[in-house]
Design a protein around this ligand. Structure first.
Ligand code: TXA
Ligand code: MG
Length: 323
């Protein structure tokens, strides 16, 4: 911990809550997380309960440094190089769990691996250093719902729930899309388990090969990639819209002549990073406006556009309760 900076009181309070086994919502550069002590069985169970998360979906655990993270996993040279280059940042590495690791089994959801990440947000970095505990944190939304990129989103989901002790305010999340989750095949080659803030192009450049991707039908390597996910509460989502219907809200991307009474633009200039940082908040806003359907203009499959399209495709899967 850097002693020349005063630790905000809210961070001290959060550390205390975590040590007592309570849940705290934490800001990261990607999305807000629902944090708990990853070595406390009761606390981890409360995460699953509060989110309504199926027990087969493992949690990411957050650490202040690569060294702290790698105390719990068996790394390999590629994982080591990825961590050196992209941490702190939007990268989660799924690696075999060391037998000596005190992380509770529920984190791994029956697998023999754990997902580890070093987040970049200064407030959560300070918290991780102060509390000196690994923090398990899935995104701070009910299972399947849109991910939270502001404190207001977290409050909307959980503020009246006594299971959440505190929400740490770190402002709007900078990148707005969850971390890229990477696992390794038998030859220790990287495989993308979930596209995210770290793009395929950047990874391919770094690795010298294009990492593979598992299919939706592979539940073992990709338990969190449920088809319906990141979904608005009420509205249906229509993808690749080239027009807009009378009762539709429009989620535009780039310069466009399309208009609608209810319309937001992910990025007027067509900047994918800007679009990523707006995606969840704009879907929330259009959903809250009462539109039955949100028509989304096409988004190119380059850079972070791959992760944007992944989230939108899952958001568009019809809600069984609405059919
Ligand atoms: O950016 C992020 O990753 C955010 C912030 C809070 O760090 N967290 C996040 O967590 O998105 P969550 O729980 O919403 O998504 C975690 C993803 C899921 O798809 C899960 O299946 C996958 O990571 N995952 C975690 N541990 C895994 C493991 N051991 N094996 C395979 N996939 C794993
Ligand atoms: Mg999530």
């Amino acid at each position: 911990m850097c002693s020349s900076f005063a630790i905000p009181q809210a961070v001290e309070e959060a550390a205390l809550h975590l040590k007592q086994g309570n849940l705290v919502a934490i800001p990261t550069e990607t999305v807000y997380g629902l944090g708990a002590d990853a070595t406390n069985e009761q606390a981890v169970a409360t995460i699953f309960r509060l989110k309504g998360r199926p027990s087969f979906n493992p949690l990411i655990t957050h650490f202040p440094s690569k060294q702290a993270a790698f105390d719990h996993v068996v790394a390999n040279p590629t994982a080591d190089a990825l961590a050196d280059t992209f941490w702190p940042g939007p990268l989660t590495l799924v690696l075999p769990k060391k037998k000596t690791s005190p992380l509770v089994p529920a984190i791994s959801a029956g697998l023999d691996t754990i997902g580890v990440r070093v987040p970049a947000h200064p407030i959560t970095k300070a918290l991780l250093e102060l509390v000196d505990l690994p923090i398990a944190a899935p995104s701070a939304n009910p299972s399947e719902a849109l991910s939270p990129t502001t404190v207001a989103h977290v409050r909307q989901y959980f503020s009246d729930n006594p299971l959440l002790a505190q929400i740490l305010d770190g402002g709007p999340c900078q990148s707005g899309l969850e971390s890229t989750v990477i696992g390794f095949d038998a030859e220790e080659r990287a495989v993308i388990l979930r596209p995210g803030g770290l793009s395929l192009e950047t990874l391919t450049n770094f690795l010298g090969y294009a990492p593979g991707t598992p299919s939706d039908s592979d539940p073992i390597t990709s338990p969190g990639q449920m088809l319906r996910h990141y979904a608005p509460r009420r509205a249906q989502v229509r993808l690749n819209a080239l027009d807009v219907g009378a009762h539709e809200a429009l989620l535009a991307f780039g310069p466009t002549t399309l208009t609608a009474p209810l319309m937001l633009n992910l990025s007027v200039t067509g900047n994918l990073d800007e679009a990523a940082s707006h995606l969840f908040a704009m879907l929330q806003e259009l959903d809250a406006s009462g539109a039955q359907t949100i028509a989304v203009m096409p988004i190119p499959m380059i850079g972070v556009g791959v992760a944007l399209n992944d989230r939108l495709r899952r958001a568009s899967v019809k809600n069984p309760s609405l059919i």
